[in-house]
Each structure stands twice: as structure tokens, then as C-alpha cells.
Design a protein around this ligand. Structure first.
Ligand code: NAP
Length: 253
């Protein structure tokens, strides 16, 4: 028996990194997966990989900053799979662009990060909640960052966008609790994905990054995916509005 048997999950940014791993693991645990991304070829390949190994998955070209794209994805999900149980708001930007000092971040850069990393999560919640209400329950997981909890882990535009996600999560959890819709945030530390290749491709930068992590390792996409799996499942039925750090102890110091 799978931990997500019978559930339908929309996962954004599922063409790469953590989102792709969440799609694979959720499908293995019995979910029907709707994998979305602006990287169309990559997200199609993830969905094909799932279906060719016996799972159920659809993929869509979905820009999470566009309300009409959200409406299309939710409509197609309900047409094909009948309902929406889970939303993983995972798509985001960071990398080298997510660093920089206040003097070098311009208004366009600030707005881009707030729109892609924070406003997108609001649009996603707004799009799925009517379907979750019809279904009498739901689980939404917003992927924030340790940079949404402490200062200094990235540029202020990235930090502010992830901090906004943290409190969007808590506000939505309070409002949607009576509808039996749970909303939680995950705050990863350093995870080995294309987003962090700017550091991981450089030995000296990697050694330096490891010094800040008590466990002395970089996280893997599946580490975050298993936490998302737990929060998405009914095992977490009493958990909402909570922030879940997964950072090898980096923010414990
Ligand atoms: P990733 O491998 O770069 O995957 C993110 C995916 O989202 C990419 O395919 C990306 O496409 C896509 N995307 C970007 N903008 C989008 C948009 N407007 N609409 C739809 N999809 C879009 O990165 P990841 O590390 O798995 O990141 C997943 C989440 O974890 C992000 O929210 C990130 O901020 C967060 N996070 C990551 C780390 C880490 O250490 N890796 C730490 C803390 C938090 P493009 O390649 O075209 O941008």
C-alpha cells in the first residue's frame, strides 16, 4: 500500500531538482501526479519516466506567475483525475541571481523574485482551494528556504520572497483550517540541485559551505521529497501552519 494511494497531487517546478524527485516519489507512493514547469521538455520527461514505470502522471507547461496557467492546470487536473488533494508549490528561482547586495539589486530584480517565489504561491493556493473545498480536505506544501527564516543566507530579494511564503503559509493555514485544508512550509538548507550548481561546481566554495552545516553534508532532493511526502499524506493530519526546517542543522547554531 502506498502512502498517497488514491490522491491527486499537483507539483510545480517538477522538471528539475526537488520537484522532479517529489513527482517520482509521490507516484511511487500511489499518487496521480500532475507535474508542471516552464521547462517543458524536462517536465514531460519526468512524467514519461513515471508512466513508463507503471505510475500515473500528466505534465503541463505552466508558468506559476500566470493566473490563467493556474486555472488551466487545475481544470485539466480535475478533467483527467477528478479532484485535487495535494499542491506542492515548489517552483522557484535562486542560484547566482539570488545573491547580491542591496546596492546591486534593482527594482526589476526585487519584483521578479517576489513574483516567482512568493506571488506564485498565493496564485496556486487561490486556484486549488475551491477544488479542495469540494473534496472536503487538502494539503498544501509551500517550498520556502532556510533563507525565509534567517537573514544573511542569500540576497534580500530572495530572503524576502521566502519570508513572504513562510507567513503566507501561516495565514492560509489559519483561514483554511476550518475547511480541513492544511498548509505547511518547508525550509531547505543547502540541497544538491541545478539551482546550487554555482556553488557545488566549485570545490573551494563547497568546502566553505560545508563548514556551516553541522551534519557536514549537502542535502539531496530526495531528503526534501520525503518530508514533502509526509506533510502531503494523511499521516500529518494534525500538522498545519508549521515551518519545517531541513538544513543539516545549519540554522540551529
Ligand atoms: P531547480 O532544480 O532550479 O528547479 C526549479 C524548477 O522551477 C526549474 O525547472 C525552474 O525552471 C522552474 N521554474 C522557475 N521559474 C518558474 C516559473 N515561473 N514557473 C514554473 N516553473 C518555474 O531548483 P530546486 O533546488 O529544485 O528548487 C526547488 C525549490 O526549492 C525552489 O523554490 C527553491 O527556491 C527552493 N530551495 C532550494 C534550495 C537548494 O539548495 N537547492 C534551498 C532552499 C530552497 P528554470 O530552470 O527555467 O528556472
Amino acid at each position: 500500500m502506498g502512502r498517497l494511494d488514491g490522491k491527486v497531487a499537483i507539483i510545480t517546478g517538477a522538471g528539475s531538482g526537488q520537484g522532479a524527485e517529489e513527482a517520482r516519489i509521490f507516484a511511487r507512493e500511489g499518487a496521480k501526479v500532475v507535474a508542471t514547469d516552464i521547462q517543458v521538455d524536462k517536465v514531460n520527461a519526468v512524467a514519461e519516466e513515471i508512466t513508463s514505470s507503471g505510475g500515473e502522471a500528466l505534465s503541463f507547461n505552466h508558468d506559476v506567475t500566470k493566473q490563467e496557467d493556474w486555472e488551466m492546470v487545475v481544470k485539466e487536473t480535475v478533467n483527467r483525475f477528478g479532484k485535487v488533494d495535494i499542491l506542492i508549490n515548489n517552483a522557484g528561482i535562486g542560484g547566482a541571481e539570488g545573491f547580491g547586495l542591496i546596492d546591486t539589486i534593482d527594482l526589476d530584480g526585487w519584483n521578479k523574485f517576489m513574483t516567482v517565489n512568493a506571488t506564485s504561491n498565493f496564485l496556486g493556493i487561490k486556484a486549488v482551494v475551491p477544488e479542495m473545498r469540494k473534496n472536503g480536505k487538502g494539503s498544501i506544501v509551500n517550498i520556502s528556504s532556510m533563507a525565509g527564516i534567517i537573514g544573511g543566507a542569500a540576497g534580500v530579494h530572495y530572503t524576502a520572497s521566502k519570508g513572504a511564503t513562510r507567513l503566507l503559509t501561516k495565514g492560509a493555514a489559519v483561514e483554511l483550517g476550518p475547511d480541513n485544508i492544511r498548509v505547511n512550509s518547508i525550509h531547505p538548507g543547502f540541497i544538491n540541485t541545478p539551482m546550487t550548481s554555482v556553488v557545488l561546481d566549485d570545490e573551494a566554495m563547497t568546502t566553505n559551505a560545508l563548514k556551516d552545516i553541522p551534519l557536514g553534508i549537502i542535502g539531496e532532493p530526495e531528503d526534501v521529497a520525503y518530508l514533502a511526502l509526509f506533510l502531503a499524506s494523511d499521516e500529518a493530519r494534525f500538522i498545519t501552519g508549521a515551518e519545517h526546517l531541513i538544513d543539516g542543522g545549519q540554522t540551529a547554531k
